[in-house]
Design a binder for this molecule. Structure first.
Ligand SMILES: Cc1ncc(COP(=O)(O)O)c(C=O)c1O
Length: 421
């Protein structure tokens, strides 16, 4: 995590000691590095070279309005999955010509909202959705630019059970049906089929599925064009994996075992770019995690430490209501002290305060010895972190702050009790 690192025993985000932020703003606290987000976005952008492209940030990964504005100002587009996300993207200043709307279950009012805002393209997932969009566009006296989302049977090599390109996935249109659906799209009024969309899944840690699907997309574009559909755009989705193990280094930290190999971000793009370039299409991608995950860290306080049976429990003040990924996906996140005071390791379950026995961030985790009142950090939480916060158990949404060099700005205040009502 380039901009989040130890300096001696203290963990820093850019030029700010995180312990100071925890003391000043309280915990649980999400902290983001502005430079990390910009650096990642710029690296991604540069790796396309002279190829015409648009990086549409996937708003679902982290929809904090300040972070959205940051990316909009950098020239990014937005991929939205609901009218709410579209509203946030427009408010943040993304240009409608750089917004695409994905999702398997768009409601009629959401389609109307997108069409009246004249966003660039709707990614369509079924014949019925095509018919609905056509009917609404006709009524609004407009034309809807659409892409069809194709589903290849491909092993996406992601740890998540619900990958996007398997026969049991609800997403997309089967590869065997896609030509026929393009034919129907051409015949329906008020539709302009201009693109082909694919999203392989999320947290993919191999470049192989990208290379394989790029070859197949490239062939499919030729086939669809041969039918007379003037395809000009490929939206190649997101899903680039990030490392979650051993992301923070200090000689006192245990080396985390079973860390999957994760290629650098640019390797993913290098894997698919040559095949997609051959089509002459403008390339769009919709990454979320790979832009913001590394930029975020969640600060939490040790409330209690207790031994029970054969286990040690470290009870912290962040739980499933602040950070759901460990419960939802059995996801692994590095957990480290903000101030390393011991080289001695303990092994414990690190659990939250919520009245649900599943509320654990980590099981049997080794970490340097900590005491009640110490602060810990949960790493790599900038994507799919705050967006899942809930008020279950009457718990308040955490605050979010953005660090830029030495400067710190609250970009979402901690919820108040009044806001629970
Ligand atoms: C259609 C679509 N596009 C883009 C993304 C972003 O994926 P990621 O955050 O893994 O890059 C997702 C999330 O899975 C998605 O469903």
């Amino acid at each position: 995590m380039g901009f989040i690192e130890y300096k001696d025993s203290l963990l820093y985000c850019e030029d700010v000691a995180l312990q100071e932020l925890a003391e000043e703003y309280g915990t649980p606290l999400y902290v983001y590095s502005k430079q990390e987000i910009l650096n990642t976005y710029r690296t991604m952008h540069a790796s396309f070279g002279s190829t015409e492209h648009c990086i549409c940030y996937s708003v679902k990964a982290n929809n904090n309005p300040t972070l959205l504005r940051l990316l909009a100002e950098e020239g990014a587009g937005a991929e939205v999955g609901s009218a709410g996300e579209l509203y946030l993207a427009l408010k943040a200043g993304f240009s409608p010509e750089q917004i695409i709307f994905t999702g398997v279950g768009k409601r009629e009012d959401e389609i109307e909202f997108a069409l009246t805002r004249n966003i660039f393209m709707l990614n369509v997932e079924s014949v019925q959705e095509l018919q609905t969009i056509s009917r609404i566009a006709l009524r609004l006296n407009t034309t809807a630019r659409i892409a069809l989302r194709v589903k290849f049977m491909i092993d996406s090599q992601t740890p998540f059970p619900s990958t996007s390109n398997t026969s049991s996935s609800k997403f997309g249109i089967d590869e065997t049906l896609i030509a026929e659906v393009f034919r129907q799209a051409q015949q329906l009024p008020a539709l302009e089929p201009i693109g082909l969309h694919i999203h392989l899944g999320t947290q993919i840690t191999s470049t192989v599925p990208y290379r394989e699907s790029a070859q197949r997309v490239s062939a499919l574009v030729q086939e669809i064009r041969a039918m007379g559909v003037p395809l000009q755009y490929i939206d190649f989705g997101g899903g680039f994996g990030v490392p979650y193990h051993n992301v923070l280094f200090h000689e006192a930290l245990p080396v985390e075992p079973n860390a999957p190999d994760v290629p650098p971000l640019t390797d993913f793009i290098d894997a698919f770019l040559p095949y997609l370039q051959q089509t002459g299409c403008t390339l769009w991608i919709e990454p979320g995690r790979s832009i913001t995950a590394n930029a975020g860290i969640l600060l939490t306080k040790v409330l209690y430490i207790k031994d029970s049976g054969s286990k040690k429990y470290i009870v912290i003040d962040s739980g499933m209501t602040d950070f759901l990924r460990p419960i939802l996906y059995n996801a692994y996140h590095q957990i480290v002290p903000l101030n390393i005071q011991s080289y001695e390791h303990i092994t414990a379950d690190i659990v939250g305060p919520v009245n649900d026995n599943n509320d654990a961030i980590a099981h049997d985790r080794a970490l340097p010895k900590v005491h009640v009142g110490d602060y810990l950090a949960i790493a790599t939480v900038g994507a799919y972190g705050f967006v899942y916060a809930s008020n279950y158990n009457g718990r308040l949404h955490p605050a979010e702050v953005l660090v830029n060099g030495e400067r710190v700005r609250v970009i979402r205040s901690r919820q108040t009790f009044e806001e629970l009502i």
